[in-house]
Design a protein around this ligand. Structure first.
Ligand code: EPS
Length: 387
């Protein structure tokens, strides 16, 4: 059984993750995880802390020995460098309880107010420390392990930014994973595959920053080489697209998820559904379904699109109410990013890899990589012989 849990606060001592259920014998080391941790921190539009203060590097505490998983729970730690500056504020010891003034002016659009109501606290700090997008670093660490696991089955993933503010790209036709495309996206300051639009996005971010505003936008995630038959139509909670959507909606700021072609009410069945062809194996010439039909992977690219709202910490703050005085006020300014899409796409990759790992482990099960890869080969054989 695959499961994982993360813990940690944005300015606490460290971020933690424990992953259980990864089979033994998977080749992985800290470098594999650090690559994605670094990718998450980069991107034009991020704030000073993400770029200059935190230098995320994982400490593998358990479950990996001599470059291979042992089958035991994998413990991962990422230290928060900023903790040094917040030692009293984030200290678990009661004697520090008055070391920082409470944050009482909740930001519209943030977890601040509903969190304070739910957990019965008058200091938004209690809520925002865990709600912070900094905590996605531990998800990325878990996702990096899952990405390595799925690579054994030939699965690859790419992600890029499709729009920021009013700058949007025409969709590129990427039919397979390649290092060349991966590098092209990584080279862009905003992680968009086109140079012209990348520069326009940078300008849009600069202009929003000047006005004390923030920006949202859209991200594409493409997963290549997922075998047909992952997920199931038999129950709502076994559907691949349902589980992937749930994971995407779990990323801070994500408000919308769709697969393949964006629907509109004037779209007719005759020009939406992907016709079926056969040449040694089944295939489609279009992929409007985004690689999932009836909750099951159909062998095409899994094509996920997510929309992020503009982040809620504004340097020109919106109106709010002080939770103690109940007086009209301006929302608290907590140091902020302008646009987080370049980072969020790495988190989205991680979430997709985590969910897909769950499905692969369920379908092909096993305690060692050797066992699970044999089960996978066996399934491929059955597909080939039957169809
Ligand atoms: C964040 C606010 C900023 C970001 C942080 C997420 O932190 P601070 O308030 O300390 O300046 O920099 O993101 C990261 C540090 C990171 O590594 O992603 C928030 O409120 O969500």
């Amino acid at each position: 059984m695959f499961r994982f849990l993360t813990a940690g606060e944005s300015h606490g001592k460290m971020l933690l993750a424990i992953i259980d259920g990864i089979p033994s014998g998977l080749g992985i080391d800290e470098k594999d995880i650090n690559i994605d941790l670094e990718r998450r921190q980069k991107g034009y539009g991020r704030g000073d802390r993400s770029i200059n203060i935190e230098k995320d590097k994982v400490i593998v505490a358990s479950g990996i020995r001599w470059g291979k998983t042992t089958g035991a729970p994998i413990g991962l730690i990422i230290e928060n460098k900023d903790f040094e500056n917040r030692k009293e504020e984030m200290n678990p010891d009661k004697i520090y309880e008055n070391s920082s003034a409470p944050i009482t002016k909740p930001r519209p659009g943030h977890a601040d107010l509903p969190g304070m109501l739910k957990y019965s606290v008058f200091d938004a700090k209690v809520i925002l420390e865990r709600a912070s997008a900094r905590n996605t670093a531990s998800l990325v660490a878990v996702g990096a392990v899952c990405k390595k696991f799925l690579k054994e089955f030939g699965v690859n993933i790419l992600s890029y930014v499709k729009s920021i503010g009013n700058v949007k790209i025409e969709e590129p036709n990427i039919v397979d994973y390649s290092e060349e495309i991966f590098n092209k996206i990584e080279e862009s300051p905003v992680k968009c595959p086109f140079e012209k639009e990348s520069l326009e996005m940078v300008k849009t971010i600069d202009s929003a920053k000047k006005k004390g505003d923030t920006l949202g936008g859209e991200i594409k995630i493409k997963i290549f080489n997922v075998i047909p038959g992952i997920g199931s139509h038999t129950s709502y909670d076994r559907r691949l697209d349902a589980k992937l959507s749930e994971a995407m909606m779990g990323i801070p700021s994500v408000k919308e998820v769709y697969f393949g072609k964006k629907l509109d009410s004037d779209v007719k069945g005759s020009n939406f559904h992907d016709e079926i062809f056969f040449d040694d194996k089944f295939y489609h010439k279009t992929n409007n379904a985004g690689g999932v039909e009836g909750g099951i992977s159909n062998g095409e690219i899994i094509d996920i699109n997510i929309f992020l709202k503009p982040i809620p910490t504004l340097y020109s703050p919106l109106n709010t109410i002080d939770v103690i005085t109940k007086q009209k006020s301006k929302a608290s300014i907590v140091r902020s990013d302008v646009a987080v899409l370049a980072s969020a796409r790495v988190v989205a990759e991680a979430m997709a890899m985590i969910k897909l790992t769950e499905f692969y482990l369920e379908k092909f099960g096993g305690d060692s990589m050797e066992e699970i890869l044999k089960n996978f080969s066996n399934y491929k054989e059955i597909l080939k012989n039957r169809f």
